[in-house]
Write a protein that binds this ligand. Structure first.
Ligand code: NAD
Ligand code: 89V
Length: 343
């Protein structure tokens, strides 16, 4: 298999997972890294044995010598870096949140389409083993047509120690976390027509909202609830599990804490274990997310090699990003938002 060469920009907290995963991906390797913080550049360069190191993305692109770029910086730099990739006709992966605003996100998709380069958003949650298991079960038809769903992430985990910037933004849980949960809802029940949301801030030490309850109407007629919280203190901390309930015309699916998958249908009740693998470089409780990083990066590599569209392409992600913008609008103004108008 031809080895695709990649460059990674942004050597921070989460990029460590991406670098480990690139070591495991078949058909691609990282040959250059970039970070404007010299300490982060050294830590990641030394840990993963990368000689080509840049403090400036423009210099990285000018030197070239790679087939794709993996942008793992925080959102402020995403538009400039994606547009830089497009200007150099380098296929790009961009971390979530894709952009600061929907209009930025649209401009980024257009820049890559105009340059005829693939663009994928690193929206990895739909690649988690338990989420894929729910999707497969639904697709098997065993519970019939889905008419209702719940996608729930309720936790008291201290995310701020690893990602201090999450405490500082005017926006928090919808932009950072529900963005994944909304994407899972779209992945499982299909695209959304209208959305209604309510938010709260419970933790007085942070700026943004840490609780959100969002109701979605899906194009197929199903209704779902996406509910997320970082203010929920439970006996057994579920971070970072997404719990799912789907009701269908012939049965139900329940993905509950501990990755327990229960399916009730005309054939009876089955219970299985949908746990993710613990990869050699992974650590609990993050292993679910870490495994999905490997899955999405392998998917990108396979599609880049074959010329196919990725599951979470920039164009696809606009439909998830629109739900984020709609949720803030709905919560601020107490109204239901028509998603079609935003796209
Ligand atoms: P971080 O602040 O720890 O790391 C970002 C790094 O990028 C820093 O080292 C910074 O110096 C560097 N950087 C920023 N702008 C740059 C630029 N223009 N050129 C070069 N380097 C630049 O942030 P993080 O926690 O690693 O998050 C990075 C992104 O990953 C965020 O968008 C976050 O939302 C996302 N994230 C995704 C997941 C997931 O599961 N998909 C999980 C955690 C974080
Ligand atoms: O996936 C993320 O973006 C992370 C976390 C799961 C901690 O919210 O910020």
């Amino acid at each position: 298999m031809t080895e695709l060469k990649g460059a990674l920009i942004g050597c921070g907290f989460f990029a460590i997972n991406q670098m480990h995963a690139w070591k495991d991906v078949k058909g691609a390797e990282v040959v250059a890294i970039c970070d404007r913080d010299p300490q982060r550049l050294k830590i990641v360069g030394d840990q993963f044995g990368i000689e080509r190191r840049y403090s400036d993305a423009a210099a990285l692109f000018a030197d070239g010598g790679f087939d794709f770029v993996d942008i793992a910086t925080t959102v402020q730099s995403h538009r400039a870096l994606v547009e830089m990739a497009a200007a150099h006709k380098i296929p790009a992966i961009c971390q979530k949140p894709f952009a600061k605003t929907l209009s930025d996100a649209k401009a980024m998709v257009k820049a890559c389409a105009d340059a005829a380069i693939p663009l994928m958003v690193h929206e990895n949650f739909r690649w988690q083993t338990p989420i894929q298991a729910v999707k497969s079960m639904l697709q098997s038809g065993v519970i019939g047509e889905p008419f209702w769903g719940r996608f729930s992430f309720r936790s008291g985990y201290d995310v701020f120690s690893g990602q201090p910037y999450l405490a500082e933004g005017e926006r928090f849980i919808i932009e950072d976390l529900a963005i994944h949960t909304l994407d899972i809802a779209r992945f499982i029940l299909g695209d959304v027509t209208t959305l209604t949301a309510r938010t709260k801030r419970v933790n007085p030490k942070i700026k943004g909202e840490d609780v959100a309850t969002i109701m979605l109407d899906h194009q197929n007629g199903a209704t779902s609830i996406v509910d997320v919280s970082y203010a929920t203190k439970l006996g057994t901390e579920p971070f970072p599990e997404t719990l799912i309930e789907i009701d269908g015309t012939l049965g139900t699916i329940r993905l509950s804490q501990g990755y327990r998958l229960e399916v009730n249908s005309a054939e009876g009740t089955t219970v299985s274990d949908a746990s993710p693998k613990l990869l050699p470089w992974a650590s609990r409780p993050w292993h679910n997310i870490q495994e999905s990083v490997l899955a999405i990066q392998q998917h990108w590599t396979d599609r880049l090699a074959s010329g196919g569209e990725t599951s979470t392409s920039g164009a696809d992600n606009l439909k998830t990003f629109a739900l984020v913008e709609a949720a803030y609008d709905s919560a601020a103004h107490g109204r239901t938002v028509d998603i079609g108008v935003l796209l």
